[in-house]
Design a protein around this ligand. Structure first.
Ligand code: UD1
Length: 418
């Protein structure tokens, strides 16, 4: 099994090109099955999650081809609305095919995705939302069995904002009869891009980027030839935090600064120098004068939960103590034990973590527990005295396209070993 070997205490200088957003490409791939025409998605990160979604579409009869950073999906022969456990269990976002399959075939059998390393992640909002559109849903032996003769638009109010449920229900509602309103809809840039693709296909969605989406159902959707995936704001945020922590000066290319305002403003508050350009960001840090700042995760445009672990590491190096309140996933703190093994001093009470600043970190053997926790461990290792081995890097390969090569290019001593 691959592991990373990292020698710490190097500052980072140079430039990094950020990949397309994983969390955008997966729903775009799911949306491609809503008609019969091929769609080419470009700026696709080479990740095991994109491959898993491709395998799932092929399993159902579609054709998927990868060419560098392009994926072409031809859904013409996709004729089996069945997403088996063996694929859905490896990636929760496979559940995204439920809405499009119901819209296209009037029926679907999709495995329930199960839990996550940091706790249960239910799909009740997805199911209740689809039921409101007139879909009959039963659960049998770990599968969602969905059937509908005709979907009718309705008002759906999610109990809280959910990225996945918004995308799933949206992809069904575009082909329902009449008007659907989704309240507490996700405004995340990845959902905005999904809406824009659906509208290009002929859907009628308004309120994009707000928490209320209004959808006028249409009878059919047409094809769109190509779409370019938006830059990955979580990958970009991870690199910003890495440079803030190690010190150095790095220019990030292929970024959308306006998707990252909460992260940029908190980094500035922590004394880190950031220059925003049209599609790049230059960060400068001496890695020494980091000011402690409390942080709470929130839905977009708030500080993303997917950067919480990385922020925790940065605050361990700050000049004072700080707190983190996790408002999206109350259990998402599995990284604390591993970060503490590298010298951090973080205590958890309820949904809040208290982080002691001014920590000196020392290399050790640590283990990845999920995608973003692994990113925090890499940054910690880059700041630690001596050598760190990080095992189970398959977690990081799900969400970061060649992270070790990108970091090595700016001076990090990081190598993938077998
Ligand atoms: C997406 C992202 C993930 C990110 C998360 C929150 C993708 C592929 N993944 O995950 O990286 O961490 O958004 O920004 O885009 N919930 C329910 N019932 C449901 C659905 C959600 O209770 O049916 C709760 C969840 O437990 C969580 C909250 O709603 O507390 C938000 O989760 P959600 O936005 O759905 O996350 P995902 O779409 O799975």
């Amino acid at each position: 099994m691959d592991y990373f070997e990292i020698e710490g205490k190097n500052q980072l200088f140079g430039d990094i090109t950020v990949s397309g957003a994983k969390n955008a490409v997966l729903p775009l791939m799911a949306a491609s099955i809503l008609n019969d025409k091929p769609l080419t998605i470009s700026n696709v990160p080479k990740l095991s999650d994109s491959i898993t979604m491709g395998n799932l579409i092929e399993e159902m009869g579609g054709k998927v081809s990868f060419d560098h950073s392009n994926i072409t999906i031809n859904p013409k022969n996709l004729n089996t609305p069945y997403a088996p456990y063996k694929l859905v269990k490896t990636m929760r976002a496979s559940f995204y095919v439920l809405g499009p399959l119901i819209a296209k075939f009037g029926e679907a059998k999709v495995s329930l995705p199960g839990g996550c390393a940091w706790g249960p992640r239910p799909v009740d909002f997805h199911i209740d939302g689809l039921k409101k559109l007139g879909v009959e849903i039963t659960l049998e032996a770990g599968y969602v069995i969905a059937k509908t003769k005709k979907m009718i638009g309705n008002k759906i109010v999610f109990p809280k904002i959910s990225v996945g449920a918004t995308g799933n229900v949206l992809m069904a509602a575009v082909l329902a009869e009449g008007q659907t309103e989704i309240h507490n809809a996700a405004a995340e840039p990845e959902i905005q891009q999904l809406c824009l693709l659906l509208n290009e296909m002929g859907a009628k969605i308004s309120g994009i980027g707000t928490n209320i989406l209004t959808i006028q159902g249409v009878k059919t959707l047409g094809g769109v030839e190509s779409i370019d995936v938006i830059p990955d704001r979580i990958e970009a945020g991870t690199f910003l935090i890495a440079v803030a922590a190690t010190g150095g000066k790095v220019k990030l290319n292929n970024v959308e600064p306006k998707h990252m305002e909460s992260v940029i403003s908190l980094l500035r508050k922590s004394n880190i120098d950031i220059l925003e350009e049209k599609d790049s960001i230059i960060i400068t840090s001496n890695g020494l004068d980091i000011k402690a700042c409390d942080m709470e995760t929130h839905e977009y445009p708030g500080f993303p939960t997917d950067l919480q672990a990385q922020w925790m590491l940065l605050m361990s190096l700050a000049s004072g103590n700080s707190t983190i309140k996790e408002n999206i996933y109350f259990d998402r703190f599995t990284h604390i034990l591993e970060l503490n093994r590298l010298g951090c001093d973080v205590h958890l009470e309820g949904g809040s973590a208290t982080i002691k600043g001014n920590r000196s970190l020392f290399g050790a053997h640590v283990m990845s527990t999920d995608i973003r926790a692994s990113a925090a461990l890499i940054i910690a290792a880059l700041c630690a005295e001596g050598s760190t081995n990080i095992s189970r890097v398959y977690h990081i390969d799900r969400g970061y396209d060649k992270i070790e090569q990108k970091l090595a290019k700016v001076g990090a001593k990081i190598a993938r070993k077998k």
